[in-house]
Design a binder for this molecule. Structure first.
Ligand code: WT7
Length: 572
């Protein structure tokens, strides 16, 4: 069978020969790029900002920020001063100390990044929260991490249950005419009076960096902790995968509430001193194409759902904008359909390079590189220096073309270092003390390209966002009408999957359109809009194991009209 390929891009790429580099690569060589390899003192904020502010890049634009109201830009030198001010502010108005958890819960804005890097300069562990989260989701994360401070806006503040979070001592508010009290501090007011000089808190390379909460198929969201050392892989993939060079203008569309928005929204590009665009506000095809034109974006990193929505907006729209600056386009988060790759070639005359990784991997792991042929539908090949394999359920490596667990050999640089408060959970990711097991199933072809096949567990990917069915089911059960709930991902042409809930009602409740809407609102308000079921189907009873566990596999089979498989563990 002939495989479809799209030939390598001609040009001078940072990763010029994949096979050659892969055969002889040592991560220790990347450490030499950073002064900490000699001093032993590390800090992500220094490597992303101050280092450049003290070099020829001093007056280079670090950040272009744009939303409907604001158009601003900051050089590396200005970012150094603003983040110093933020660090002084956090220090002066709290008892935050190195290693404490500092959360960020606000829409994108320059202040978000001042606070984030100011916190890093203080040696705090930064916990970003997606702005769509509602009270329940926020409580779980702040409680589990024993967060000591948070930065938010007056609009979002009511969603933080302050009285139930005794450890949360300080709230920095970004708003107008903020009323301060023992807990609330006006961020903008003090930012301008704080000194722009700050002594960075030097850290060990294994000290904490960011804490990202992510969903699994069971239990509450878990806190994935990354160490400062993650920068080694983030830096090197910015070179090899994003192919960033001195003159690039880079735009990653991800929100900093997710790992893509931290690792590749700001860390990776700034580690390489690259000018970075941040666009606030909601997705709109016009605004996005306009952003590429306005800033002359050369490297663009987005997600399959966004590309599919742009595809849906029509090819005529593309022609209204000058997108000729685009040099390199990438995607992450969910399977990138071959159709979308072909569309990219057709309308942008660019290949969309799929990349695979996850919150736990901390950086890109399997990728398509500009100097390599693309096989549409494939995630590409492992980042040089990282061993990826397909293993069976005992951890034996499988030969090409056999489907199995996508696994990574333990010890890659940006590997998560902890599941917060949950060492047993952390250990459960690893098999035979050798393999990190991702939860994805895949196979590798004879030529070493990896092909995604699905999740092994019940985790739902909707618009590139990971939603744990358990979290949604738990929230549904809190609704007075709901007796039982089972939640699955239903395939969707644009969003990859949408959330579908099967619900059995309590006595005295009848199925109705109003009830569906009421339940949807309930989840939206309690958890997050993207976690609310798009579809709700009422059933008299849900399929359960004898131990009472909802059998999502059976629900999925019902939904897709597939055979239900082995039902031996099902009750009656
Ligand atoms: C899961 C991780 C850090 C990236 C953003 C999502 C799915 C990710 C791909 C891809 C097919 C993908 C996997 C993975 N996924 N990239 N290129 N092709 N699936 O991070 O929320 O931690 O989710 O996203 O299922 O396990 P995340």
């Amino acid at each position: 069978m002939k495989v479809e390929t799209i030939a390598a891009v001609q040009g001078d790429h940072n990763l010029h020969n994949y096979e050659e580099v892969s055969s002889d690569f040592n991560w220790a060589d990347v450490e030499k790029e950073f002064s900490w390899s000699k001093t032993g003192k590390i800090n992500m904020a220094y490597e992303t900002i101050d280092r450049h502010a003290e070099s020829d890049r001093k007056n280079k634009v670090a950040l272009y920020y744009q939303d409907q109201k604001r158009h601003e830009s900051y050089t590396f030198y200005e970012m150094k001063r603003m983040t110093n001010r933020a660090a002084n502010l956090l220090k002066a108005h709290s008892d935050l100390e190195k290693g404490d958890r500092f959360f960020i819960f606000m829409p994108r804005s320059p202040e978000l990044y001042f606070a984030m890097f100011g916190a890093l300069k203080m040696g705090l562990i930064v916990g970003p929260l997606f702005e769509a989260f509602m009270e329940g989701a926020i409580y779980d994360r702040l409680d589990d991490s024993e967060a000591k401070a948070i930065i938010t806006t007056p609009e979002l503040l009511p969603r933080i249950p302050l009285d139930r979070l005794p450890n949360l001592k300080t709230v920095f508010l970004v708003g107008e005419n903020v009323e301060e009290d023992g807990k609330i501090v006006d961020f903008k007011k003090h930012l301008h009076t704080c000194s722009d000089r700050f002594e960075i808190e030097w850290l060990d390379k294994e000290d904490g960096l960011v804490l990202h909460y992510t969903s699994g198929s069971t239990g509450k969201p878990k806190g994935v902790l990354h160490a400062q050392y993650a920068m080694v892989q983030q830096y090197q993939t910015a070179k090899w995968v994003l192919d960033l060079k001195e003159q690039d203008v880079y735009w990653c569309t991800a929100d900093p509430g997710w790992v893509t928005g931290t690792a590749y929204g700001v860390f990776a590009p700034w580690l390489t001193g690259t000018t970075t665009v941040i666009i606030g506000g909601r997705f709109s095809p016009d605004a996005w194409y306009k952003a590429i034109e306005d800033f002359g974006v050369t490297v663009w990193y987005s997600a399959p759902t966004a590309f599919r929505m742009l595809m849906g907006a029509g090819d005529a729209l593309v022609k209204e904008y000058d997108l000729s600056t685009l040099r390199h386009v990438l995607s992450v988060g969910e399977p990138l359909n071959p159709e979308v790759v072909r569309w990219g070639v057709q309308v942008f005359n660019k290949r969309i390079h799929d990349t695979w990784w996850m919150t736990e991997t901390g950086a890109q792991t399997i990728c398509n590189y500009p100097s390599m042929d693309i096989r549409p539908g494939s995630m590409g090949k492992p980042v040089p220096g990282i061993k990826v394999a397909i293993v069976d359920d005992r951890g034996n490596e499988l030969p090409p073309n056999q489907m199995g667990n996508l696994a990574i050999e333990k010890g890659w640089p940006s590997m998560m270092r902890q599941i917060w408060n949950n060492p047993a959970k952390y250990e459960s990711y690893f098999m035979n003390d050798k393999w990190y097991v991702s939860g994805d199933s895949a196979y590798m072809d004879e030529d070493g390209y990896f092909w995604f096949q699905g999740r092994v567990d019940d985790v739902i990917m909707t618009s590139g966002e990971r939603v744990g069915p358990f979290e949604v089911e738990s929230k549904l059960l809190e609704h007075p009408a709901v007796a039982e709930a089972g939640v699955i991902g239903k395939p969707d042409p644009v969003r990859g999957e949408v959330i579908k809930a099967f619900v059995a009602l309590n006595e005295g409740f009848e199925p109705s359109e109003e009830l569906i809407q009421d339940i949807q609102q309930f989840v939206k308000k309690g958890l997050a809009a993207h976690a609310a079921p798009k579809e709700i189907e009422f059933k008299d009873k849900l399929p359960k194991t004898r131990s009472g566990k909802i059998m999502r596999r059976v629900l999925k089979a019902w939904e897709l009209d597939l055979p239900t498989g082995d039902l031996s563990t099902m009750e009656d």
